[in-house]
Design a protein around this ligand. Structure first.
Ligand SMILES: [Zn+2]
Length: 293
């Protein structure tokens, strides 16, 4: 079974309903986290999963609304995993290595926490209770920095990617296309409409699309130079020929109070299925030609 669990469907503004980005892709039990925005670790628990259930983490880019829970997620996964699970595989564009090092390296912000958990008796007792042995193995992460030419392949799925246009030159941004024999899903990351995303998403079953606001609001502020709005999301989905469009990274007014407005505006240009993401929503993905939602 292949499922998408929406964990973070919001913007950098915290609201009771949405905050930041995070998606759990469950491909026949291999669970992949895409972005790790604020409170994703707790929202993962609310969706019924533990950090140790996740094998891989992909960052689209390193704005805080996409990575602020990285430390909470990685440390709790290592701590509760009691050295009994493989290291977390972490993928992302520059500066994924630098962010990782500055959080968890010898001079990182969490070096103090990690030293305490390794060496202090109460942490060691809990570690043994969880099935671990002493001495504890220090936390380590399997980090791989990606560029547009990278691919990631496993037995059940593969990933292609390309650069999208958002916060360069301050941050690099990637969109990802996950594929398996019977389906595909594309995560746009944050971007304005761009050719590379249309090409990456061509013919995909599902496009999880950054959609900041109504098109007219975006354009009146000149934000459409960096962001995608309702209508441009619909236009891009139509141009790419995707089957289903999920609007996400959307503000509360549009995403929670008036999702029908977002759907209507996207559908002005796109005739396929349009969904407005909400947190803790689960969406069935194409599997053996069937849609399970
Ligand atoms: Zn963002």
């Amino acid at each position: 079974m292949k499922l998408l669990h929406v964990l973070g469907a919001g913007t950098p503004k915290a609201t009771p309903n949405r905050f930041g980005s995070g998606y759990l892709l469950d491909l026949d039990g291999d669970r992949i986290l895409i972005d790790c925005g604020p409170a994703v670790t707790q929202k993962l628990a609310r969706a019924g999963f533990a950090p140790g259930d996740v094998s891989s983490l992909f960052f689209t880019h390193h704005h805080f609304d996409h990575n602020a829970d990285y430390a909470a997620f990685a440390i709790s996964r290592w701590d509760q995993g009691a050295d009994l699970i493989p290291d977390l595989r972490v993928f992302g564009p520059w500066p994924t290595s630098e962010v990782t090092e500055r959080l968890f390296g010898p001079d990182g912000a969490f070096a103090f926490d990690l030293a305490a958990r390794l060496n202090q008796p109460p942490s060691q007792i809990v570690h043994v209770q969880r099935g671990g042995t002493l001495p504890r193995r220090p936390m380590s992460l399997d980090v791989k920095v990606l560029d547009p030419h990278s691919t990631v392949e496993t037995r059940g799925w593969g990933v292609r990617m390309d650069v999208v246009e958002h916060a360069q030159p301050y941050l690099e941004s990637l969109a990802y296309r996950f594929e398996w024999p019977s389906g595909s899903i594309v995560f746009s990351g944050d971007t304005r409409p761009c050719r590379s995303l249309v090409d990456l998403a061509a013919g995909a079953d599902t496009l999880v699309m950054f959609c900041w606001d109504e098109q007219s609001k975006l354009e009146s502020l000149g934000l459409d130079r960096w962001h995608t709005g309702t209508e441009s999301a619909g236009r891009l989905a139509a141009e790419a020929g995707v089957r289903r469009l999920i609007l996400t990274h959307i503000n509360d007014r549009l995403g929670t109070v008036h999702p029908e407005v977002a759907i209507e505006q996207a559908r002005m240009h796109f005739s396929g299925e349009v969904i407005v993401a909400s947190e803790l929503m689960t969406v069935g993905l194409a599997d053996h030609g069937q849609d399970l939602r």
